[in-house]
Design a protein around this ligand. Sequence first.
Ligand code: AMP
Ligand code: MG
Length: 344
Amino acid sequence: MQTLLLSASDPAAPALAAELIRRGELVAIPTETVYGLGADGLNEAAVAKIFQAKGRPQDNPLILHIWDARQLELFCHHIPESAYALASAFWPGPLTMVLPARDIVPRTTTAGLSTVAIRCPDSAVTREIIRLSGVPIAAPSANISGKPSTTTAQHVLHDHDGKIAAIVDGGPCRVGVESTIVDLTEDRPRLLRPGGIGPEQLISVLGDLVVDKAVTAQLGNDDIVKAPGMKYRHYAPQEPVVIVSGSREAAASYIRKHFIPGDRVLCFEEELPLYEGCSPLAYGKEADVTTLSAGLFAALRELDDPAIHQVYARCPVGGGVAYAVQNRLRKAAAFHIIDAEEET
Ligand code: AMP
Ligand code: MG
């Protein structure tokens, strides 16, 4: 199949993409978080194609994307007041809510769960595609399963050229990490995945938040999880990644001492001079954490190279979107963290 590359600024793109979705084809869509691999979320055969194209495990559910918050009631029931409060505070935006699913949502989309993850993305072209298609669009990140997510149309083309009907190119994603996921089906709201909306922002609306174990620790296959996708190896380049924490100086001294040819250093722009001769790659500025979230996956994809032996990574501290960057890097590193302050 020839993969059509459509520009988000082409006035004909939304109608064309919507027509392909209606026909049950796969279309990669831009959002503010990452590029999604979209299909008609109510069509089981179309949704099955997503799992096949990504090589995604069958028990890893998808997010249903809607174009307007008012669509929430079409696909969910028993919606608590907190969901409306979050929608009015953060939609359209990088927040996904888990709510009880109506029967109209096929179990292929929810991976057999009775709940559905739902989001209204902050991309005008993607909301227009959803509106014109007349169906909610189910979409996970558009990367091959396990690999770093796709934050440009070129990343999607690299992973799926010839396998999907179209890619809508909306330029690089602004946030760069996947949406925050909050589960509203229990007594207390539960953070299943950090993202563009920080925990503090959620608490300011909800007044309460439990952080799921999947966010902070490596889960095994036997763990019973609330966020099924979170137990799989994620976001990782093929070689091992190790996070080196501590001050700039302590980390640089540790890394320079252990660095061998074939290793790479993933660091902040401000740190580049400290790693001369150590093949450093900067993913953004420590002083501006949104550049780190926006640059993280492109850097991890660049480092996904069989010639690389090991990656030493520097990770931001703090809340907001830095909390999401920490989470993705820790998962990419399989929670392998060295404290340079203790080692030197
Ligand atoms: P992706 O956008 O590729 O990160 O995939 C969507 C993620 O949303 C999955 O990995 C799941 O962890 C999460 N998710 C989707 N639906 C549900 C649900 N009903 N309950 C809990 N987590 C969900
Ligand atoms: Mg994903």
